[in-house]
Structure formats: structure tokens, C-alpha cells
Unconditional design. Structure first.
Length: 443
């Protein structure tokens, strides 16, 4: 028996600490309210409804600064696919990051926000002609080459002097947990063939190499392995082709925690370890130390984002376990490898002395796998109308949200210093009908 069992009123003051997986400005407010960026989340719900994504601007900006401190002035790019809007692109530009875009759509948003084109990198293993045309028209600084065939296309269409990075797979063996790997294999000779083709093209300038080792990687050894493989490759390319590319982008994939105890990448230690490994590898091959850059997505925005839901239904099992259904689900909280781990949620907006019970938070989509939080504790008196906040939804939630069940996608709001700003408005059923072409309208 705990003290809270003897004095139940203690429970409302013993709220879950809002650390590690919650936005850095998250705090408990009056009457069980949750505040982010000095804004009461109950007031956000009143003004904007649910489900709603809320992003802590101060948290995003602080992560940008942490990365810049670790990797230096020009060493950090943000990968847009994790989450992008014009407002966010402006924060990133103001903080001095570069930007990795993977489509003409992401590029358009970045340019519309005034993001400097020369600081944008277009990547993608299957760039479409539209992606490339948008990059040329927008005068994008750098393009990542990810296949041999692409070099021929770029050589014929890119502007004179187009800077390119070559995406390589440096390690001989994909490390555990790094199954999603893109690029030209060093071991198979494909990467060397790509260098030979690029240097033969007068329009293209090979400025460096680029890697992507996976997602949610917390072990430094995966990146160390890549650095050693790449340096050996660069030294060989110097001997064969007389080229000395000066940039090494180690990609992103840095692990973040979704619930207490999850591993995350220790940024400062990672940066100093990788620098040391890079220096040693360069020395070993008598190669000038390349400029080290990284391009994380998740690690910049994941923790800054939360999603607010209303509880719609509660079903109680015979063992006391409760199933709590909310007004969102797999459309706004997509699961799967890219999305990360198991989320954490809290009830907010009221106080309660009820016992904590085991619960599962599920979505509204009538699908067995529509599960938002598989296992957590919630107060036993949780009921329809209650409010839940789910942590860790800044990355790959809004950007991967869908219209399944023809449910409109939630709005994306930012909060800072007591102010709320709408970054992306809620999608309505009108929006969906606009895309639905009715042939009778044409008659
Ligand atoms: C193909 C690809 N995916 C994702 C990322 C970023 O991943 P994450 O959001 O896990 O940091 C990068 C960054 O370089 C990338 O190139």
C-alpha cells in the first residue's frame, strides 16, 4: 500500500513528472491543466478542438541550438520529411540550419517561407522529373546523387556547376536496426563507378558524400563504422580520380525517447566521439579532415510536439484493464518503424484522486491496429469528455497523417511565451470534397 492509497488526495498532487519525453516548457498548471510554452492546453482545446497537434517553438529552437553547438555553424541540416510548414522553415532559417528536402512539395514550402535556396539540399532515392525541375528552377544549392542512372539525368539537365553529394553505404555490413539503407554500396564498386561518372560530367561538382544509416539509432558504433568506411573510400577515390571531396554528411536517424527508459542518442558525446573517429580515419589515410555535417529530422522536432484528444468512449475489462477510445488515432498517430516507439500519455484538465489503473488508448478508426498507447496507467475514473495529451508526436505524425476513413487531418499549432499560432489549419470535409470530382458537376 502506498501513501497515496491512504491519502487519495495526494494523487492529484503526485502527477507524472513532465520530463524527458515532454516538451521542455511543459508544466502542470492549475486544476490539472497542462501548459506548454506558457499556454494552457485546455484553452487550446476550447479554441481549436481536438485532435490537435501542438508544437513547443522554444523546444525546437533549443534543439537546433544544441545541434549547432555540437556540430558547428554550418554543420546541421534539418530533414524536412519529419515535419515542415512555412512557419517551421522560418524558425530553422533563423537558427542557421540548412534543410534537406525530399520532394518538390517540401521544396515549395521551404522556398515560400523564404528559406535560402543555397542552403537547401534535395535528396531522394527516386527523384521525379518534377522534383529535379523544381530544384533547378529554385536554384537549390546541392543535390544528393543516389543511383548511377541519376548521374546521366543530372548531367543532361542540371545547371552548370551543380553541386552534388554522393549517397554511399560505407559499412560492409548493415548494422542491427539499420535495415532501411539507401545509397550506392562502396563494397560492390557501385560508389566508385558513380564517382568516375560524376567527375566525367563538366556540369557536376562533387562536393562530398552523404550517408543515411537508419532510424532511431542510439549506438555510436553504427556511425563510427560508416565514417571509417567512407574515409577509406575517399582516399581511394583521390588516388583513382584525383578528387578530394570536402563534406561528409552522416545523415540523421538519431534516437529519441518516446517513453521513460527508452534509449536516446547522447548528442554532445556523439559529436565529440565522431569527430575523434573522423580525425583518426583521415590521419590514417593522410586525407584532409572533411567538414562533418548531420541531417536529423526526428531529433529536432519529436519531443517538441504533443497531440491533444478528447476521450470518446471507455470500456472496462473484467480484469480492471480499461480501453480508452479517443477522437483521433492511426490517421494522426501513424504507427510503424518510421514513427518511433510506444508513446506516453497523460490525462489533463481536471484533478482526480482516483486510483491509477492499467489502460490502453485506442483510436476511432475501427481497426484492430488503431492503437495510440498500448500500455499506460490512467485514473480509474477516466470518462468520455476527458482530455488526453500524447507526447512525442512532433516528428512523422503530422507529416505522415492520412485521410483514412475520410477523417480530416488535425491542425498544427505552435506555442511560445503564452501565444498560440496556427501553422497549419484543420482539414475539413469541405477540403476533401474539393478533391473529390463529381462528374455530374461538369454536366
Ligand atoms: C533518407 C533519409 N531519411 C531520414 C533522414 C532523417 O531521419 P531522422 O528523422 O530519423 O533523423 C535522413 C537524413 O539524412 C535521410 O536522408
Amino acid at each position: 500500500m502506498t501513501l497515496a492509497d491512504i491519502i487519495p488526495s495526494l494523487r492529484s498532487s503526485l502527477r507524472a513528472p513532465l520530463t524527458q519525453v515532454w516538451p521542455s516548457t511543459a508544466a502542470w498548471g492549475e486544476h490539472g491543466d497542462l501548459t506548454i510554452g506558457g499556454v494552457a492546453m485546455t484553452s487550446v482545446v476550447t479554441a481549436h478542438g481536438t485532435p490537435t497537434y501542438v508544437l513547443d517553438e522554444a523546444d525546437v529552437r533549443q534543439r537546433c541550438r544544441d545541434y549547432l553547438t555540437a556540430f558547428g555553424g554550418d554543420g546541421v541540416a534539418y530533414t524536412a520529411k519529419a515535419l515542415l510548414s512555412r512557419g517551421i522553415a522560418r524558425w530553422l532559417a533563423a537558427e542557421g540550419l540548412r534543410l534537406y528536402v525530399g520532394s518538390a512539395g517540401e521544396l515549395r514550402v521551404a522556398l515560400a517561407a523564404g528559406f535560402p535556396a543555397d542552403r537547401i539540399v534535395l535528396y531522394g532515392s527516386a527523384k521525379t522529373p518534377e522534383d529535379l525541375e523544381a530544384a533547378y528552377a529554385g536554384r537549390v544549392g546541392t543535390i544528393v546523387v543516389e543511383s548511377l542512372g541519376e548521374i546521366t539525368r543530372l548531367a543532361a539537365t542540371a545547371p552548370q556547376g551543380q553541386r552534388v553529394l554522393l549517397r554511399v553505404l560505407g559499412g560492409t555490413e548493415p548494422a542491427e536496426g539499420t535495415d532501411c539503407r539507401f545509397g550506392l554500396r562502396i563494397g560492390s564498386g557501385e560508389a566508385a563507378a558513380a564517382v568516375a561518372r560524376i567527375v566525367a560530367q563538366p556540369r557536376l561538382t562533387l562536393v562530398g558524400v552523404d550517408c543515411s544509416v537508419g532510424h532511431q539509432v542510439s549506438r555510436f558504433s553504427v556511425y563510427e563504422h560508416e565514417v571509417r568506411g567512407v574515409l577509406e573510400f575517399l582516399a581511394e577515390m583521390r588516388t583513382r580520380h584525383g578528387v578530394e571531396p570536402t563534406e561528409l554528411n552522416l545523415g540523421g536517424g538519431h534516437a529519441v525517447a518516446y517513453s521513460g527508459g527508452d534509449p536516446s542518442l547522447a548528442l554532445a558525446a556523439f559529436a565529440s566521439r565522431i569527430r575523434a573517429v573522423l580525425r583518426l580515419a583521415a590521419e590514417r589515410h593522410d586525407f584532409p579532415v572533411p567538414r562533418l555535417t548531420v541531417s536529423p529530422g526526428r531529433a529536432i522536432v519529436s519531443r517538441a510536439g504533443i497531440t491533444l484528444y478528447h476521450v470518446v468512449a471507455v470500456n472496462r475489462g473484467p480484469d480492471g484493464h480499461i480501453l480508452v477510445a479517443v477522437d483521433g488515432g492511426m490517421t494522426d498517430c501513424p504507427s510503424g518503424a518510421l514513427c518511433g516507439g510506444q508513446h506516453t500519455a497523460v490525462l489533463f484538465g481536471r484533478t482526480t484522486c482516483a486510483q491509477p489503473v492499467r489502460a490502453t488508448v485506442v483510436g476511432r478508426h475501427n481497426d484492430a491496429d488503431d492503437v495510440i498507447v498500448p500500455a499506460l496507467t490512467l485514473p480509474a475514473d477516466v470518462h468520455p469528455g476527458d482530455l488526453l495529451a500524447v507526447a512525442g508526436s512532433g516528428a512523422y505524425h503530422h507529416s505522415r497523417a492520412s485521410n483514412y476513413h475520410l477523417v480530416g487531418r488535425p491542425p498544427l499549432l505552435s506555442v511560445r511565451d503564452g501565444r498560440t499560432t496556427t501553422l497549419v489549419r484543420r482539414e475539413s470535409s469541405e477540403d476533401m470534397l474539393l478533391r473529390d470530382v463529381d462528374e455530374r458537376d461538369a454536366a
